[in-house]
Design a protein around this ligand. Sequence first.
Ligand code: V4E
Length: 221
Amino acid sequence: MSVEVERKFLCNADTLKTLQEIGVCLGQRQFCDQYFDTPKFDLTLRDMWLRKRKGCWELKCPTTSNGTEERSGEQSKAAALCSRYKEITNLPEIQLRVKEVIKDVCADRETEMSPSQEDESWLSKINLVCFAEFTTVRRSFTLEEEGVQVDLDQADFGYHVGEIEVLLPEGGDLQSALEKIERTAGKLGLTGDQRVEGKMHVYLKSNHPEHYAKLLSEHIL
Ligand code: V4E
């Protein structure tokens, strides 16, 4: 399991130019994401995001630390612009975690699950349905001296967003990851101090406004 720490940003022509100058391009790829939840949003209302991308399952969950580690004022501001999630990619573990959360749905059902990536019958057994599906074209760069990856995403519903990302092994140094992200943001000339919306914000706002409103009211988005 690893923890993804990332800061999203809006990429303009100047940012792109700087990124091309100081970063190494890792290439471009395209993928389709499908996100799943129960009809009552049991997962996403707990800030858990179950996704299938290129045939592989991933579950993003909140990290256990509550984000109140001791920091200076400047460090806190930088940390507030970043999100961090545990990333689980092992399918049996994902199934276990999801079942734990939606125990009531599972209680009177047969929930024996196949760990095969292709067999999707486990989804309907615990009432999971696809609520979002979109394709992203992603250009990736690395800033080798910082050990960060910078992704520029273009979603098929017309939203462009960048993200500076560090993948931490479990128990890795969060403060140093935040500093790498902060330094990279400085090098790219990012000045904004507002959190930038992710693809899911924009997708749900226009495709599932009720789901979006519920997540906003619970401060998940
Ligand atoms: C965690 C999360 C979601 C799932 C994935 O979102 P994101 O990391 O934005 O997608 P993507 O395609 O960049 O994934 P990657 O390739 O990096 O693994 S959808 C909504 N959330 C919560 C969330 C949040 N509350 N605030 C921000 C800024 N982002 C995500």
